[in-house]
Structures are given as structure tokens and as C-alpha cells.
Design a protein around this ligand. Structure first.
Ligand SMILES: C[S@@+](CC[C@H](N)C(=O)[O-])C[C@H]1O[C@@H](n2cnc3c(N)ncnc32)[C@H](O)[C@@H]1O
Length: 262
């Protein structure tokens, strides 16, 4: 912070129950006593947020805020091209954020489907490149990208491609996120099984990324093959985080965050 903050606002959010009365004032009082800052709701120098979930309490200072409402205007069934496998924008944006896509980045989704992830990458200001082995998906993604407002379509390049032999030169990409096919009914486009598809495409991601994050999501309960997180180390990448999300009773999603050092 450039200058010493003199005032603060304070808000607490408790998941699973409401805040016991007086807790906010009590914690705000502690902050005042420890820092000497005064409470200000109109123009605080710092905004403190506290999140309580089970045994975990996290304190933080608001550094920036995103505009979340527009995410809900990009729901899959409201886009010109729809397919049932499409990710909802909140999940697609999560993958893009976990990949640490930045405005100056070239971002890749080699399994783009209807384009959910590419749309969010373009929205954070990255130059998005991607594609799919299915031509109908590529055409659909282009339609969906053309439909997003306030974004130039020149920010995205989408082509028919095979994620296991990417038509991209070495080290040209800054960040990657995707959700590859999973489950028995998925079309495999020439590879012999899921393990091979994941291994070959991870090798290609490792080749084309300059250094940075490769994030992917798959259905843990439907996937048949060697756990993809175990393939990551074998292709020269490192697993930095693993997350498991229960989406509903028949879908448990796993998110793998891998990294290639610069
Ligand atoms: C789970 S879907 C992706 C959904 C997408 N994230 C969305 O929100 O619409 C997986 C996609 O991978 C594509 N695919 C399968 N094998 C491929 C390969 N070898 N190379 C590129 N794309 C492939 C499928 O055609 C399918 O569209």
C-alpha cells in the first residue's frame, strides 16, 4: 500500500449459518485496537473481508473486484451454438483464472467444444487460440465467439485440430486450460484409449507452452484409464494443485493444475 491506511470497513461472511450477533463489531473492534484505523463505511482506505467456513477462517483485504453478473448472460443454452457437454461460464472462468491467463497472454484450449473456455479467456483480455477435432464444434465455437459483446473476434483463432499433434510451434503459448473427453461414449478420433489421449495431449501441451500453467478438468467418476494427474510428471510437468468438486450425484469433477517452469 502506498500510504499508511487510516480507515477500514469490515464485512464477515459465514457459510452454512448466519454470523452470531455482535461478531462483526467485535472483530472490527480488534482491528481498530491493533492498527489504530477508524471504521469508515463510505470511503475506507482498506476493505477487510472475513470468510468463515467450518473450522477455517480467512481474513483478507480487497485488492480488486471482478464484474460477475455478466457471467450469467453467457450460459451455454443462451449462446447461438449449444451442445450438452458445454461448461458453465463460472467453471470455464475458474479454469482460465487457475491457468493464470493474463491480458498479454496467448492462451490455448485444444479441446474447445462449444468454446466456453475460449470465451472466458478472451474476456480476461488474452489472445485465445484453440480448436477441436470435430468440425461442427469449431464452427459452433466461432459462432459463440462472434456473439460475445465488447470483444473483437480478432482476439481468437479457432481451427480443426488434433490435440495429440498440435499445429503450433514450440514454446509459443503462455497458458492452457481444457476439459478433454471422458467416459465410455466419448469419440476418440483415432487414439486407442483415454490414457493415450491424455498422455499425448499433455506431451503436446508441454511442448507448446513457454513456461506456465496447464489446467484441465475431467469427470473423476466416469473416467476410465490411468489417472491423468499421474501422467503429468511423466511428460515433464509438475502437479501443483489437485481439486475435487462434487457437481451432482452423478458427476464428480477433478481439476488438475500442472506447471512447466520457465
Ligand atoms: C468435454 S468436450 C469439451 C467441452 C468444452 N469445454 C465446452 O465447454 O463446450 C471435449 C471435446 O474434445 C473434442 N476432442 C476429442 N478428441 C479430440 C482430439 N484428439 N483433439 C481435439 N479435440 C478432441 C471433442 O470433439 C469434444 O468437443
Amino acid at each position: 500500500m502506498e500510504k499508511q491506511p487510516k480507515s477500514f470497513s469490515f464485512r464477515i461472511r459465514i457459510f452454512g449459518s448466519s454470523a452470531p450477533s455482535g461478531l462483526e463489531a467485535m472483530l472490527g473492534g480488534i482491528v481498530h485496537k491493533k492498527t489504530g484505523m477508524k471504521v469508515s463505511f463510505d470511503k475506507p482506505d482498506v476493505r477487510i473481508r472475513v470468510v468463515v467456513s467450518g473450522d477455517l477462517t480467512v481474513f483478507g483485504i480487497v485488492l480488486c473486484e471482478t464484474e460477475r453478473k455478466s457471467l450469467f448472460t453467457r450460459l451455454p443454452h443462451e449462446r447461438p451454438f449449444f451442445h450438452p457437454g458445454a461448461l458453465v461460464p463460472t467453471v470455464a472462468r475458474t479454469l482460465v483464472n487457475l491457468a493464470q491467463a493474463m491480458p498479454s497472454h496467448t492462451f490455448l484450449d485444444p479441446f474447445c467444444g462449444t468454446g466456453s473456455i475460449l470465451i472466458e479467456a478472451v474476456k480476461v483480455g488474452a489472445r485465445a487460440v484453440g480448436g477441436d477435432a470435430d468440425e461442427q464444434m469449431v464452427k459452433g465455437t466461432l459462432k459463440n465467439l462472434q456473439n460475445i459483446q465488447d470483444v473483437q473476434t480478432s482476439c481468437a483463432d479457432v481451427i480443426v485440430l488434433d490435440a495429440t499433434t498440435l499445429p503450433i510451434r514450440d514454446k509459443k503459448i503462455h497458458s492452457i486450460a481444457f476439459d478433454p473427453p471422458y467416459g465410455r461414449s466419448a469419440k476418440l478420433f483415432g487414439v486407442k484409449n483415454m490414457t493415450e489421449l491424455y498422455k499425448l495431449s499433455l506431451e503436446e501441451c508441454e511442448r507448446v507452452i513457454k513456461g506456465g500453467r496447464i489446467v484441465f478438468a475431467y469427470a473423476l467418476n466416469l473416467y476410465e484409464g490411468k489417472p491423468p494427474e499421474e501422467l503429468v510428471e511423466g511428460v515433464g510437468l509438475k502437479v501443483v494443485e489437485l481439486h475435487t468438486q462434487r457437481v451432482h450425484k452423478s458427476l464428480v469433477r477433478r481439476i488438475v493444475i500442472a506447471e512447466k517452469p520457465d
